[in-house]
Design a protein around this ligand. Structure first.
Ligand SMILES: Nc1ncnc2c1ncn2[C@@H]1O[C@H](COP(=O)(O)OP(=O)(O)O)[C@@H](O)[C@H]1O
Ligand SMILES: O=C(O)C1=C[C@@H](OP(=O)(O)O)[C@@H](O)[C@H](O)C1
Ligand SMILES: [Mg+2]
Length: 180
C-alpha cells in the first residue's frame, strides 16, 4: 500500500533535476509536492538571488534550515531540497530521521548543461561555473551519500525516465510499501 510509504526527500546537486523529477514523482504517487527553495521564497517574499544579495549565503542557510525542519516533519509528501541542504548537520539529521532520502546524482557536465541558461542560482553567477560545480561536488557527494537511502544516477535520461528509475528503486528497496 502506497499510503504507508514515508515522506520522500530528494537531494543532489544543482541541475540534477530534483525540482523537475520531484514534481513528477509526487504526481505519480498522488502526494503533495513541496520544493524547499520555493517555500523559502514564499516565506521571505523574495527570490533566491535577492536573499543571497541582502542576507548573504549565511542568511539563506538559516532560512533553509528552518524550512527543512518544518517540511521534513510533514507526512506523505515529496520534498525537493536545494543542492546545499546537506552542508548543515541539523538538515542531514532531519533528512535521515524523518523519511526516505533519494540522492539524484548527476555529473558536472550534466549539471553545467542544465544550469547554463538559468540565472537564478547565485553560486553559479561566476566566470567559471564548472570549477564551482566541481568543488561543490567534491565536498557534497559524500554528504549526499551519507543521508541517502537510495542513489539514482541521472545520465542523459529524460525526466520521465528518471521517474521510472526512482519508482523501480523504491519497489526494490521498499517492496512492502510499493505493492501496485
Ligand atoms: N532528466 C532530465 N533531462 C533533461 N533535462 C532535465 C532533466 N531533469 C531536469 N532537467 C532540466 O534541467 C533544468 C534544471 O532542473 P531542476 O529540476 O531545476 O534541477 P534541480 O532542482 O536539481 O536544480 C531544468 O531546466 C529542467 O527542465
Ligand atoms: O547548491 C546550492 O547551494 C544551491 C542550490 C539551489 O537549489 P537547486 O539545487 O534546486 O538548484 C538553491 O538552493 C541555491 O541556489 C543554493
Ligand atoms: Mg531545484
Amino acid at each position: 500500500m502506497q499510503s504507508t510509504l514515508p515522506s520522500l526527500f530528494i537531494v543532489g546537486p544543482m541541475g540534477a533535476g530534483k525540482t523537475t523529477v520531484g514534481k513528477l514523482l509526487a504526481k505519480h504517487l498522488g502526494r503533495d509536492f513541496i520544493d524547499s527553495d520555493h517555500y523559502i521564497c514564499e516565506q521571505t517574499g523574495a527570490d533566491i538571488p535577492w536573499i543571497f544579495e541582502k542576507e548573504g549565503e549565511t542568511g539563506f542557510r538559516e532560512r533553509e534550515a528552518r524550512a527543512i525542519a518544518e517540511l521534513t516533519a510533514l507526512p506523505n509528501v515529496v520534498l525537493a531540497t536545494g543542492g546545499g541542504v546537506v552542508m548543515q548537520p541539523q538538515n542531514r539529521d532531519n533528512l535521515t530521521k524523518q523519511g526516505i532520502t533519494i540522492y539524484l546524482r548527476a555529473n558536472v557536465d550534466v549539471q553545467l548543461k542544465r544550469t547554463a541558461k538559468d540565472k537564478s542560482r547565485p553560486l553559479l553567477n561566476t566566470p567559471n561555473p564548472r570549477a564551482v560545480l566541481q568543488s561543490l561536488f567534491d565536498v557534497r557527494d559524500p554528504l549526499y551519500r551519507e543521508v541517502a537511502d537510495i542513489v539514482v544516477e541521472t545520465g542523459d535520461g529524460y525526466p520521465r525516465y528518471m521517474l521510472k528509475k526512482i519508482i523501480e528503486a523504491l519497489k526494490q528497496h521498499y517492496p512492502e510499501h510499493m505493492k501496485s
